[in-house]
Design a protein around this ligand. Sequence first.
Ligand code: SF4
Ligand code: SF4
Length: 266
Amino acid sequence: MDEFERAKRDDHAKRKPRPCGFTLHVAKGCSGGCLYCYVDSPPKPASLSPKALVYALTLNPYFEPGKSFVAVGSVCEPLDYPDYTSKLLEELLKLGNPIQISTKEVNYDLVGILRKVDTLVSMCIALDDICRKFEPKRPPPSERLEFCKEVGGGVFLRPILPMIGIEEYKKSIDRIAEFTDRLILGNLRLTKTVKKKLGISSLPKKYYERKKILEEYAKKEYGLTVFRSACCSNALKHSVPCWNECWKKGFCVRCKNECFRISSSL
Ligand code: SF4
Ligand code: SF4
């Protein structure tokens, strides 16, 4: 079957968006072996070319060219496929939509293209020795943070792990503040697989309080913008109102994007 015919049948041409936007899958599955990760299947790269994948997206009846938010990097590590991801971003940029990519990898060949989108550099903790236990195959956070600065990105500190102490997380924020001015704190998704891998059955009662403590710490000590939702980072990067309308849903941290003002003046 012709590739563009296959694109018409691809799920990117049909799926409803998630709150962060339309997720594009460079691959499904990953062999990174991160201990807290719910992805447990071997990697299967996308069967469509970058051009055909973007074509599929444009066929999606929910997708608005130039407006809908796009997110690359879920259910896989996109920089495990640097050529594909770079071409995909090039194709996507032609549509003019706000694009976000999330990665745990480092690749200086992609700096130019990653600067054009909202790049989130992800890690569960910014301390190399602790991180190694949970993300054994990815570069140390110290290298990721240098890369984050180079691409003008934000840090996605996720998932906040219940077995790591709050003081370690504060030390992480001390490090992160040297490299970026924006941060997102992510929750642990405790699926059956993750419970087994981490050896825990539930989240501690005070788990969600940790995020509040860390949010306060990052703001007070370093003046970081701590988003409650990844879409806000994409909105700020592209200076457009948050597509998920976070300011109407209690997720707004009143960042300098001030999209609540833009929206009320429309
Ligand atoms: S790199 Fe990402 S997708 Fe791969 S195992 Fe780690 S967290 Fe999961
Ligand atoms: S102003 Fe509020 S809703 Fe808009 S991007 Fe910033 S945090 Fe999000």
